[in-house]
Design a binder for this molecule. Structure first.
Ligand code: KG4
Ligand code: ZN
Length: 335
């Protein structure tokens, strides 16, 4: 079965055709990120305008390789309302015009299914979903069978990268900027900057990242990175270590507690090389007998292939007229 996925929840306009939930036939992504870089963050109105311009060309490109599709899938939330509406209304119109089934997909579940586009994981799994707006740790017992274990109490991990990059003058989007700056940090042997590891030793699966942003801002007040450029890379390095230490430690604790067969990474922050490396190293050094699944970088950030895959494995078409964008959709109403 070939499904055309459509994803427009934030600043990417994406369309993809995926066969049987695992084989990518086409995968197109247009991003308005460079536009937002000028402002240091996303202006929702501008993102929605760009979605309108890109949606039809992107869908046409995705369909050039495979015209015959059996169904459509579209992200209904969570995300920015203006952006979501463009994808949702386009998908509904196409489902009606082509008389094809349509499946609505939760963006966060979509991220999880990036893992099925590489090699299918064994259940049960622990999934760490880390994106710009979400940090969730979930137990996945089967397709569509999720038990939410914990999440952030304030800022998401990606949000922390983005906000700290802004404070450090490193630009937008913050995650890749912090990663690059961190790789240029001088290895002095001493530890000039120390940031907290929030909630690391608490016996729960919750996170808190907003304090890190304050810690960075306070530490900076004592020293200006503009006067000493190497200092911003030192901060970036320590920030990346702090965030990844907490994410990896809690993920491994959940894997141990629930005796899972696999650990899955998902979401834009999963593109971070240090997070990928640290998780792999810790799985080995803790002698955890689990499969570790980390999707290719281009499938971690927003794309429509994972939306089509999620729809295939949770195939529940609904009437096109019943589909509505839901910007505040959370994990508990997962689909
Ligand atoms: O999943 P995603 O593309 O969009 C949302 O659903 O939010 O995630 C975007 C987030 C942003 O916060 C961005 O800074 C972060 O993912 N990100 C990264 C990296 N690439 C993207 N964070 C750390 N390291 C990266 N390499
Ligand atoms: Zn996303």
């Amino acid at each position: 079965m070939k499904i055309l996925g459509i994803e427009t929840s934030c600043d990417e306009t994406a369309a993809a055709v995926v066969e049987d939930g695992t084989k990518i036939i086409s995968n197109m992504v247009a991003s308005s990120q460079s536009l937002h870089a000028k402002y240091g963050g996303i202006i929702p109105e501008n993102a929605a305008r760009e979605q309108v311009k890109s949606i039809i060309p992107v869908i046409k490109e995705a369909l050039q390789i495979s015209e015959n599709i059996d169904a459509l899938a579209v992200t209904i939330g969570p995300g920015l309302i203006g952006s979501l509406l463009v994808g949702v209304e386009t998908a509904k119109a196409l489902a009606f015009a082509w008389n094809k089934p349509i499946i609505s997909v939760n963006h966060l579940i979509g991220h999880v299914y990036a893992n099925w586009l590489a090699s299918p994981p064994s259940f049960p799994c622990i999934v760490l979903i880390v994106s710009g707006g979400h940090t969730e740790l979930v137990l996945m017992k089967g397709h569509g069978k999720f038990v939410w274990l914990g999440g952030t109490r304030d800022d998401a991990a990606g949000e922390c990268f983005d906000k700290c990059a802004r404070i450090l003058g490193l630009g937008y989007p913050g995650g890749p900027a912090i990663e690059t700056a961190a790789s240029n940090a001088p290895m002095t042997g001493s530890d000039p900057v120390q940031l907290p590891r929030p909630m690391l030793n608490q016996n729960n699966f919750d996170f808190s990242f907003s304090g890190l942003k304050t810690a960075v801002a306070n530490a900076l007040n004592e020293d200006s990175p503009h006067l000493r450029p190497s200092l911003s890379s030192t901060f970036a390095y320590e920030l990346q270590e702090a965030i990844t230490d907490v994410l990896v430690t809690k993920t491994l604790a959940a894997a141990r507690r629930y005796q899972v067969k696999s650990i899955l990474l998902a979401g834009g922050v999963a593109a971070n090389r240090r997070l990928r490396e640290k998780l792999a190293l810790m799985v080995v050094s803790c002698k955890l007998n689990v499969e570790l699944h980390i999707p290719p970088v281009q499938l971690c950030t927003d794309n429509a292939a994972c939306i089509a895959s999620a729809a295939y494995f949770n195939y529940q078409p609904i009437l096109w007229s019943k589909i509505t964008a839901d910007p505040g959709l959370d994990f508990s109403r997962a689909r």
